[in-house]
Design a binder for this molecule. Structure first.
Ligand SMILES: [Zn+2]
Length: 279
């Protein structure tokens, strides 16, 4: 991931101030815990890395909107997004046990100052469960950005390495979506909206413009798109080989995402884009 770094906690305040000065409205936080275990306990620890980062950012940049990734894979020793059980050669992700931990994670982020939580795991029923728990605990103003249509994609590779969370066995196809199936994507989005998602996300971006367009047109909800690590790294490599000019190529891609209906774009180029469009 050229130009993309993990940040230590003591640099997070400066980074938050930098992005706020550039005019960005929101940041999406992912945590890398010091140690991982079978219950992903770092994900919902009161003094977990994301919880600490939130308190620091909110004390220095209260206006900057903070959105937190809510998933267990970065905190699990096996790298899957949920609690797993292994039966012989097979493994199962246990949906309900996982949702319970996701709810705990979302609540701990809200308590630490998150403005919005972003469940990225794709378990069934997690949006409704998180919404209910947030409301019950007095966090009814905390929004939910749901990774509603997250496809099993080859383009996540660089992020998994950067987040130190590649699965140690099996893959994520049992809980991510088949990219050939557009109808399933629309069904998943409808379910998440029914359960209370405020923003729905399509991920990855460029190979899924048709899905993005349909989601935005059909549901009329604020729609986000995640231009993922593999898409970023591929274009960066093309720039390094002088195949395309970076600024022009990035602006063309981002405009395509906007044109296809994105209200929010999650991208590793956010700071550069803010600079370029502000000039
Ligand atoms: Zn995950």
């Amino acid at each position: 991931m050229p130009g993309v770094f993990q940040l230590p906690l003591n640099e997070i305040a400066d980074e938050a101030r930098r992005v706020e000065d550039l005019g960005l409205q929101a940041i999406l936080l992912f945590g890398i815990p010091a140690k991982k275990d079978e219950m992903a306990s770092g994900a919902y620890a009161e003094n977990g890395v994301v919880q600490k980062a939130l308190r620091t950012i909110k004390s220095k940049c209260p206006q900057l909107a903070t959105i937190t990734d809510v998933c267990l894979c970065e905190y699990m020793s096996h790298g899957h997004c949920g609690v797993t059980r292994i039966d012989g050669d097979h493994f199962h992700v246990l949906n309900d046990e996982t949702v319970e931990l996701l709810v705990k994670t979302a609540l701990s982020h809200a308590a630490a100052g998150a403005d919005m939580v972003a469940p990225s795991d794709m378990m069934d029923g997690r949006i409704g469960a998180i919404r209910e728990a947030l409301d019950a605990c007095g966090f009814d103003r905390i929004g939910i950005m749901s990774y509603a249509a997250k496809f099993a994609s080859v383009f996540y590779g660089p992020f998994r390495e950067a987040a130190e969370s590649p699965p140690q066995f099996g893959d994520r196809r049992s809980y991510q979506m088949d990219y050939a199936n557009a109808a399933e994507a629309l069904r998943e989005v409808a379910l998440d909206i029914d359960e209370g998602a405020d923003i729905v996300m399509v991920k990855p971006a460029l190979p899924y413009l048709d899905i993005l367009w349909r989601v935005r047109e059909r549901f009329g909800k604020p729609t986000a798109v995640y231009h993922v690590s593999g898409e970023y790294a591929m274009l960066k490599a093309a720039v390094e080989k002088n195949i395309v000019q970076e600024r022009a190529a990035v602006l063309e891609v981002m405009t395509a995402l906007k044109r296809a209906g994105a209200d929010i774009i999650v991208t590793y180029w956010a700071c550069e884009l803010a600079q370029w469009t502000g000039e």
